[in-house]
Design a protein around this ligand. Sequence first.
Ligand SMILES: [Zn+2]
Length: 325
Amino acid sequence: MLKHLSEPAMVRSAALLMVLVLCADSQDYCYDKTDCDPYAWGDSFPSCHPLLELHHSPINLDHHMVRNNSLGPLHLEGFDAIQTGHWTLENDGHSVLLQVGSGMAVSGGGLPGVYHVIQLHFHWGGLATNGSEHTVDGRRYPMEMHLVSMKSIHPNVSAALDDPTGLAVLGFFIDVVYADNVYFGLISQKLSSVAYRGQMTKVKPFPLLSLLPKHNMSQYYRYSGSLTTPPCSQAVVWTLYEVPIYISWSQLAQFTSQIFSTEEDAEQVTPLQNNFRHVHPTFSRTVSASRDAGLLRGTAGRPLGSAPVVHLLQIIVLGSFTFKL
Ligand SMILES: [Zn+2]
């Protein structure tokens, strides 16, 4: 195509391309540099600005919540089946995403409609720091998984972002124990294929239910908030489960030490760490507790009651693990 263009047209095309590339660059965001980290997102993405919009995510979960006895367990359709085709795991430079096709839906539990599952992704910390986005009584879990669904009446995500309840995100805290999580391993063992930004690999579908906490799925918290990444649209019905998913220290380390925010051929490769947004005030929002939720008492007793010790041990062990490397 290019050879048919006159020289001025080529110059114009090149200039246009540069503008597009520059725009793409200026619209990008990061977690580790002051000019593009979460505190600077509002400069490029107005709806991320903490004063222009008030209902941001994540938040801290504390005792200021209201029991809602109408919030029963959610209906997770297709979660116990093996979906056809293949799933795609991708490093987009900000997280690792698993695109899970179109066979699963979420409804009930007070959600205003049926939501089709699109993808899940993760947030994590550093070699010795935790990285969940939501906090519980000010404490962070090692990781957080977000299962993103779109309300079925919308033709695409951009339409859903204009609806205050356009997306439903199920958030799962991830905590660390000694034993590997076999189903989590189906994702984490593929991470070496998506170490660098832009890399993708196929994942064989498995019943998604096997990845979720086996019990206590009726214990959760609910509030209205935003995407935790730009454009920070206030379009999310959040459901945060009280009981975490458990993985092993080595599975956690695969995220914190083997994923990069840069492309493979970048001059300087940068590990992707601490990819979480800071917590925001709830302001006038109500945070509801489901009928069966422990109102944080359950989590404050176990596992969170022992969390400082567990996390301290984890830091020590991960630290010595790092030194051995
Ligand atoms: Zn997320």
